[in-house]
Design a binder for this molecule. Structure first.
Ligand code: FE
Ligand code: FE
Ligand code: ZN
Length: 264
């Protein structure tokens, strides 16, 4: 993973901690883990942003699904300690028909069971598009999860540009205003990572369909403002656009150019 990232001009990457659509985690190979740690140190990588499986729902109405989510997250966080000091990002969950209040209560209960004081991994709530009954479509919902969790010093936020726009925040038209609102409701110090995705749908569509940078409703100028914004430019940025490796290499080169870096 580290070598592939370097090949396409990246200094961070995301990875799934286990099968994104299933439950199993592959056993770690200690030699492989050490090789990645050495490579990251040698090449000055930023923090990695691991992604929890999509099937994990801390606020499902089914007890066994909630139980799986808690066990999977605890297991993932134990494994993450072999790569200390990185990020673990997850979708807060879908409350199905239980309502957002009950969803938030269950997410907090799960986090209170799973987070261990002293763990080196920060757990990031992802901003959601508001598809179906997703919790985390507003900054207020994310703030309530953080407020309701005992070890909130271990919690941060990963802002997905497609999701916030789909959720109704006009990040393309008014980046500054959206960041001010984030700061007011959650606090900028909680913002730890970005998912850079254009959106196939207009602001407020609640759809969650990612598009290549510059080919959707956000447009390249939105990403130029993001990589040049002093509140954001230091954060790890992860692409989740519909691309192959060459496409990602091109997007990274474009972002570096827009940020004013000399492209190697
Ligand atoms: Fe995600
Ligand atoms: Fe995302
Ligand atoms: Zn998405």
């Amino acid at each position: 993973m580290g070598r592939t990232a370097l090949e396409i001009g990246a200094t961070t990457f995301a990875f799934f901690t286990r099968n994104p659509r299933g439950g199993n985690a592959k056993a770690l190979d200690p030699d492989d883990v050490h090789a990645l740690r050495d490579l990251m140190a040698e090449h000055g990588f930023g923090r990695l942003v691991a992604h929890a499986p999509y099937t994990m729902n801390l606020c499902s109405a089914k007890a066994e699904t909630v139980d799986f989510a808690r066990r999977a997250m605890r297991g993932d966080l134990e494994r993450m300690e072999s790569l200390p000091g990185n990020y673990y990002n997850f979708h807060p969950g879908s409350h199905v028909k239980q309502g957002a209040d009950e969803g938030i209560r269950l997410i907090c209960e799960g986090l209170n069971e799973v987070l261990v004081p002293g763990q080196s991994t920060m757990v990031l709530l992802e901003t959601m598009a508001g598809k179906g009954s997703e919790v985390g479509r507003t900054f207020e919902e994310l703030a309530r999860i953080i407020d309701g969790t005992e070890h909130d010093e271990l919690l941060g936020v990963c802002l997905d540009t497609c999701h916030v726009s789909d959720a109704g925040y006009d990040i393309a038209g008014d980046l500054d205003g959206v960041l001010d609102e984030f700061d007011h409701v959650i606090g900028m110090e909680r913002l730890c990572a970005l998912h850079l995705n254009d959106s196939k749908n207009p602001c407020g569509a609640h759809k969650d369909r990612h598009e290549k940078l510059g080919e959707g409703h956000l447009g390249l100028s939105c990403f130029e403002r993001i990589v040049c914004d002093e509140r954001l430019s230091h954060l790890p940025m992860v692409l989740e656009t519909p691309n192959d490796l060459d496409g990602y290499a091109q997007e990274i080169a474009t972002l570096r150019r827009l940020a004013g870096e000399s492209v190697i």
